[in-house]
Design a protein around this ligand. Structure first.
Ligand code: ATP
Ligand code: MG
Length: 445
């Protein structure tokens, strides 16, 4: 169970200095002003992550009729889901009684190691009230104060700086952000009058509803639209991200696997779009070195699901498993069978689905791979059944592992035995080097 947030609970656990932005607010409802402030702060102050913390019972809004915390939370969560640097925390919602920032900061300080620095982000209107904050001296000790200046109707930068410094020994950052004249109050008023709030909030009336309608009490907000994960737009957006996540060579390989997997799908009657996306995303986490791959397992809270021996001794196989989990969290609409294929592409499994097999084969035979028996496998596409082709590929990879004196994954024998039981070799005999044809090949070292 996450304590602070799903994504960032273990921020700083690796001992590396990290900066965590904290964006508190009532978020009644969250709007594009909040999101843009957080994004610009992240860039300006080089924050590793920004945590949105919806208030439970906001002290300054006691007299107002504030929307149910769970509804506000659900909206914030949906709004930040698409940004890997953002997440939402329940800590204020789950705390009994009035919400005070100082309590939140204490709780965060207890949770995170010293190498994580906090940046408490506020708009200039909120900063102007600093003189009234409970525990402001302590807040100044616990966090930097990052003030977004430019919000209309607020004091100028000098006046603000004076007010803040009079209130406590703050480490103050005044950051000029794009002025988005948006407030939750204005949005509530527009909704009450039946007016449009399109482009003010991260929901789109015209988009296809792919997530449950999160209704703001009596005001029905249009649902957030999620792009269809099998659309061209989604593919292209992930492709652009992948290019930044992995090396140029790995990126080319991923495109090759995507095309090859789609061809295999066409040949064997599978869903071509799914195959194409699975191929593109299979090495999503391949940009990490061994230690980073292990850290990724911790970040995703997968320690209990993966054999510690594998994490320690075979970090090279982790990227498929972590990619599937991370992608599933970031893009909940990606079909489960695609995630399964990604998860299994490194080690395979005894009960591979056709899509699992297609991805496994495509990873081995895409055009950028040039070694050993690959041409023979390529030539067998369409001639052999998908299962037979998969098993030949598997056989070849296991052979290479032996030849390269690599450790075998503990599941490898079970997979091998399951397939040899079902698919005994008829007629042909091997050449003693993993190949079955007349030609002899040597595996690339
Ligand atoms: P309300 O009108 O209900 O007070 P709000 O739009 O001010 O809502 P809050 O949830 O009160 O939203 O704000 C959370 C934080 O975000 C505050 O620190 C606020 O100053 C800041 N903030 C909100 N909207 C903007 C904006 N458009 N530009 C800059 N900062 C903003
Ligand atoms: Mg406000």
């Amino acid at each position: 169970m996450a304590v602070i947030s799903e994504r960032f609970d273990s921020l700083g656990a690796d001992g590396v200095p990290a900066k965590l932005g904290l964006m508190g607010g009532t978020f009644d409802p969250i709007h594009n002003g909040h999101l843009r402030v957080a994004e610009e702060m992240r860039e300006a102050l080089e924050l590793d992550a920004v945590l949105f913390i919806p208030t439970g019972a906001p002290v300054f809004k006691r007299d107002q009729n504030v929307t149910d915390p769970e509804v506000r939370f659900a909206n914030v969560r949906a709004a930040v889901a698409g940004n890997p640097h953002f997440d939402v925390s329940r800590i204020e919602i789950d705390r009994e009684g009035d919400t005070f920032t100082v309590d939140t900061l204490r709780q965060l300080r207890e949770h995170y190691p010293e190498n994580v620095e906090f940046y408490f982000i506020v708009g200039s209107d909120t900063a102007a009230t600093v003189g009234k904050w409970k525990g402001r001296e302590e807040i100044a000790q616990l966090a930097h104060l990052a003030v977004a200046v430019g919000r209309p109707g607020s004091a100028d930068a000098d006046t603000l700086r004076e007010a803040v410094m009079a209130a406590g020994p703050f480490q103050l950052h005044l950051v000029r952000v794009s002025i988005l004249e948006i407030s939750s109050t204005d949005i509530r008023e527009r909704l009450a009058q039946g007016k449009s709030v399109r482009y003010l909030v991260p929901w789109d009336n015209g988009g296809r509803a792919r997530c449950p309608i999160v209704s703001m009490g009596h005001l029905a907000l249009p649902p957030l639209s999620h792009p269809d994960p099998l659309s061209k737009a989604f593919f292209n957006a992930r492709k652009a991200e992948l290019e930044k996540r992995v090396s140029a060579k790995r990126f080319q390989h991923s495109l090759g696997v995507s095309d090859t997997c789609a061809q295999l799908a066409k040949e064997y009657g599978l869903d071509v779009k799914k195959a194409r996306l699975a191929g593109l995303l299979h090495d999503w986490d391949k940009g990490y070195d061994d230690d980073q791959a292990r850290a990724r397992v911790r970040e995703l809270h997968m320690e209990d699901e993966i054999d510690p021996y594998i994490v320690e001794q075979m970090p090279g196989v982790l990227h498929g498993i972590t990619a599937a989990r991370a992608l599933g969290q970031e893009f909940p609409d990606i079909p489960a069978d695609i995630l399964q294929a990604i998860s299994r592409h490194t080690t395979a499994a005894v009960d591979m689905s056709p899509l699992d097999m297609a991805l496994y084969i495509a990873d081995a035979i895409e055009p950028n791979r040039q070694f050993g028996r690959i041409d023979e496998l390529r030539a067998a596409v369409g001639k052999e059944t998908l299962e037979e082709l998969y098993f030949q590929t598997y056989e070849y990879w296991v052979f290479l592992l032996f030849e390269r004196r690599k450790p075998l994954h503990p599941d490898t024998i079970a997979i091998w035995n399951a397939y040899t039981a079902q698919h005994p070799r008829k007629g042909k005999r091997g050449n003693g080097d993993g190949s079955v044809s007349g030609k002899k090949h040597k595996g690339k070292k």
